[in-house]
Design a protein around this ligand. Structure first.
Ligand code: ADP
Ligand code: MG
Length: 264
């Protein structure tokens, strides 16, 4: 394995052994740029057909912010998040994580980037059915550099009383909160959530969003949430709307709402 470039190595200054590693940003206040995409283009080749998923996207995510990505199905939201998270690479364009060019990174470097810096939450929780909540989280903390204890991560998502439950003994919302605990237990710099409430009813969806909001506030984790459910955008610092592989708009909600205030 190649040595990761310096910026991909965890900065000891941000690895204090406490849960809160940075002062929680004031609501709406955001720090410096953490990741930048310029001219991001992605084409998928399907036999004879070329599908353009991204057609030149310029985007920045700022330290400590909570961004909602909106857009119709097929507009390129997942493709963009996957490229920012190092799960996929762009056909053309440049991605920089804290000044390091990820578009030039090889597979091993992208693996290190994801492992050290990025937490993912998907629509389907992807928990291992034969492992308890604690064990599902421990799978990740065992390979992380400076993780939270699985029990602490589960406590943060309100599941401190469910440590030894198996996924089948938990509701959908609780399973998604285990997935969130697993994603944040390695204390990622970026938490990328692709339709995290897509499989949940309104009440449990709000609960999951409230947990994401609290983690963003208390841990200062830069958070991006994909949804096609427009009312959810009200909890964001910024709302980025994609349309047909392009950014159609970036807005700052006039009054940022708490997840508990949402109705849809
Ligand atoms: P969204 O998340 O907004 O629904 P996606 O980023 O998943 O959109 O997809 C954008 C476009 O790229 C769609 O037309 C989709 O069909 C296409 N696409 C996405 N992933 C692939 C893939 N692995 N192979 C081929 N086409 C893909
Ligand atoms: Mg998608």
């Amino acid at each position: 394995m190649t040595t990761p470039s310096p910026a991909l190595v965890r900065d000891p200054a941000v690895s204090a052994p406490t849960v809160a590693r940075s002062a929680s940003p004031a609501r709406g206040a955001i720090g410096p740029v953490i990741i930048t995409g310029r001219g991001l283009t992605k084409h998928y080749r399907m036999g004879e057909v070329d599908v353009a998923a991204l057609r030149g996207v310029d985007v920045d995510l700022f330290e400590g912010e909570l961004v909602v990505l909106l857009g119709a199905s097929g507009s390129g939201k997942s493709t963009l998040l996957n490229i920012l998270g190092g799960l996929d690479v762009c056909t053309d364009g440049r991605v920089e994580y804290r000044g390091t060019d990820l578009s030039a990174a090889d597979g091993d470097e992208l693996t290190m980037y994801r492992r050290r810096h990025v937490g993912f939450v998907f629509q389907f929780y992807n928990l291992i059915p034969s492992l308890t909540a604690r064990e599902n989280v421990a799978l990740v903390t065992e390979i992380a550099d400076d993780p939270l204890a699985p029990e602490d991560a589960l406590e943060l998502v309100g599941l401190g009383e469910r440590l030894d439950h198996f996924p089948a003994q938990l509701s959908g919302g609780e399973q998604q909160r285990v997935a969130v605990a697993r994603a944040i237990a390695k204390r990622p710099d970026l938490l990328l959530c692709d339709e995290p409430t897509g499989a949940l009813d309104f009440q449990t969806g709000v609960r999951v969003l409230a947990v994401l909001e609290r983690l963003n506030r208390e841990l200062g984790t830069t958070t991006a949430i994909i949804t096609h459910n427009a009312p959810i955008a009200a909890i964001a610092c910024r709302v980025i709307t994609l349309s047909d592989g392009r950014i159609a708009g970036i807005e700052v909600p006039p009054r940022r709402m708490l997840a508990e205030e949402l109705r849809w």
